[in-house]
Design a protein around this ligand. Structure first.
Ligand code: ADP
Length: 593
């Protein structure tokens, strides 16, 4: 529907453009035609006037000559006639007229420039020939003959006077051939008509002898050239009668020729006007079509652009909506994440608190164990010292000073042991530093065995130390290493508890760079499925209140601080073995922590 409307609109635009252009072209071309016709009219007028005017005075001038008047007076001898012929021949030749002749009052031609042509030597139909009649009346006569053997001609007749009496006439005939030849070259019709509308001259040979008739004139005779006038874009045009050999429409320009008493008609064909109109219409139609198509294309482009912009805007809106939805979802997710993080942080805080509490509990438990061990360690020698002192007192009372001295020696030995224990405890209580130093393994292991001796003695488990003779120095912190080994021996004692023939072997070996201290027991060993977990903090298989699951984890971390490793495995012949691998000390000096 839309396309149909566009097509109709385009066609209408083209038609309108073509019509307007053809109208404008018609006016311009008509103007041009008028100019051309006017110019042609002037040219033909000048041509005709020029052709005849120069001969107008020739007759009167010849008539005034006395020798000519003499020819007209009285009788003439044949010689005189021949002489006159000769003279006229010369004058005609010089002036360019066709013929000059002398005629008596009765019309008889007695001399001529063309003696052979002047047959009979009489002016034809003297009472009809206007020019001759006018000459006899003393005026310059004029006459036009249409066609004769020599073509159209124009006659002038001048009176010859003897005093005041007209005695004859000089007849001059000028040929109109040159005018007709010039007109023949003009493609447009040209004609000259006399006062009666009789066609005197024309460049259409069939018009010669016809009479001009306007369409308002009555009559339907033959030999009539009928002109029908019509309106053509504000100017009047004419068409020639149907059946004429010059069909078509013309612009007629008319000019009177007062000298000759004629009217000159120039007809300019309107063919060029029609052609200009057609060309203008075609060009305008094409231009309008091109313009209309260009306009249509621009509009179509615009329409497509608007559609695209609309689509893009819709897509942008959709995208915006999606982004909004996503943002909302993300914000919600963020909020819930923040909440979760908050909860996690709270949980972590609680966990840390629990861990701190546990560590505190572990410390208290270790303190309790240690206090029990210390009480045991100190109470035994104190009781022994007490009884030895009592015995020494009694022995002194009985004057057995030597025996009393023995008792006092035992007391001193036990005091020394307690002092040593105290020293060890002092070392143990000192806060361990991060620094490491060369540590002799023999000393550390010896102290561990001594510290654990109270418990080992009670449990009935045999503790064996297997070391090479040479001292092995490792890079470690002595107290922390002692703590690690105490832990391992304690665990081994726990594992051996309730079993018969139990034994713990502490051995030390070395290679080029590392020393290995292993604590092996003859306990049940570690179940394969928990072997990977024993170093985890708070992992324990012991009853609640007995084990805290921190010992191995602390030991593991301490060894790692020394750049060493701690591994657990089961022995092939039963029991577990823990191996501490430490780098050998490169330095020799030792340092207490
Ligand atoms: P705790 O001794 O308080 O349980 P530990 O970290 O010292 O904590 O030990 C963790 C666990 O490793 C123990 O509960 C025990 O199951 C196991 N374990 C440690 N040493 C031995 C061993 N020598 N023989 C068998 N199992 C052991």
């Amino acid at each position: 529907m839309r396309r149909l409307a566009t097509a109709v609109l385009l066609t209408a635009a083209c038609a309108a453009g073509a019509w307007i252009a053809s109208r404008v072209a018609e006016r311009i071309a008509l103007q041009d035609l008028h100019h051309r016709a006017n110019a042609a009219l002037d040219l033909h007028t000048a041509n005709l006037d020029g052709a005849l005017d120069k001969f107008r005075m020739l007759g009167p001038l010849i008539a005034k000559r006395t020798d000519v008047v003499d020819y007209f007076r009285g009788d003439r001898s044949p010689e005189e006639t021949a002489e006159a012929d000769l003279m006229l021949g010369r004058l005609a030749g010089m002036s360019g007229v066709e013929t000059i002749a002398f005629a008596e009052l009765n019309g008889e031609v007695f001399a001529s420039s063309d003696p052979a042509g002047a047959t009979g030597r009489t002016v034809n139909i003297p009472d009809v020939r206007d020019d001759f009649v006018a000459a006899l009346q003393g005026r310059l006569g004029r006459y036009h003959d249409a066609e004769d053997d020599t073509g159209a001609g124009y006659h002038f007749a001048a009176p010859v006077r003897d005093g005041t009496i007209v005695i004859g006439a000089v007849l001059v005939r000028a040929s109109l051939d040159t005018v007709e030849q010039a007109w023949a070259l003009t493609p447009d019709p040209v004609l000259a008509s006399d006062a009666d509308g009789f066609v005197v001259l024309a460049n259409r040979y069939w018009w010669q002898g016809m009479t001009l008739h306007r369409d308002t004139d009555p009559g339907n005779q033959q030999s009539v050239l009928r002109l029908r006038s019509k309106d053509r874009a504000g100017t009047s045009a004419v068409t020639l009668a149907e059946g004429d050999k010059s069909p078509g429409e013309f612009i007629e320009h008319v000019k009177p020729l007062p000298l000759l008493g004629w009217t000159l008609h120039v007809f300019a064909g309107t063919g060029p006007v029609d052609r200009a109109m057609t060309s203008a219409a075609v060009i305008a139609a094409l231009a309008s079509l091109t313009l209309a198509l260009a306009g249509w294309l621009v509009l179509e482009r615009r329409r497509q652009l608007i559609a695209r912009v609309r689509l893009e805007r819709a897509a942008a809106l959709r995208l915006e909506r999606r982004v909004r939805d996503r943002t909302a979802a993300l914000t919600a997710a963020n909020t819930s994440l923040a909440r979760e993080i908050g909860e996690h942080q709270a949980t972590e805080k609680q966990l840390r608190q629990a861990q701190a509490d546990l560590v505190q509990a572990a410390k208290l438990a270790a303190l309790g164990q240690m206090s029990a061990a210390l009480a045991h360690e100190f109470n035994q020698p104190l009781a022994a010292i007490r009884s030895n002192a009592d015995n020494a007192g009694m022995l002194i009372d009985r004057d057995r000073a030597a025996d009393a001295k023995e008792n006092l020696g035992r007391i001193a030995g036990m005091v020394d042991r307690m002092a040593r224990l105290g020293r060890n405890l002092k070392t143990f209580a000192r806060r361990p530093g991060d620094r490491t130093s060369p540590v002799p393994l023999r000393t550390v292991i010896g102290e561990v065995v001594m510290l654990m001796s109270a418990r080992t003695g009670k449990s009935g488990t045999e503790v064996a130390v297997d070391m090479p003779d040479e001292e092995i120095m490792v890079e470690a912190g002595p107290v922390r290493l002692q703590q690690v080994l105490v832990n391992l021996v304690t665990n081994a004692l726990d594992a051996c508890e309730g079993r018969n023939d139990t034994r713990i072997t502490i051995s030390a070996t070395r290679d080029d760079e590392f020393a290995t201290i292993s604590v092996a027991d003859t306990g049940p060993g570690i179940d394969a499925e928990i072997l990977g977990q024993v170093f985890d903090p708070f992992f324990t298989t012991k009853a609640a209140g007995v084990g805290l699951g921190l010992g191995l984890s602390i030991a593991y971390n301490i060894v790692r601080d020394f750049n060493g490793t701690l591994v657990a495995r089961n022995r092939e012949d039963g029991g577990a073995v823990f191996e501490v691998r430490l780098p050998l000390a490169r330095r020799t000096e030792t340092a207490a922590e």
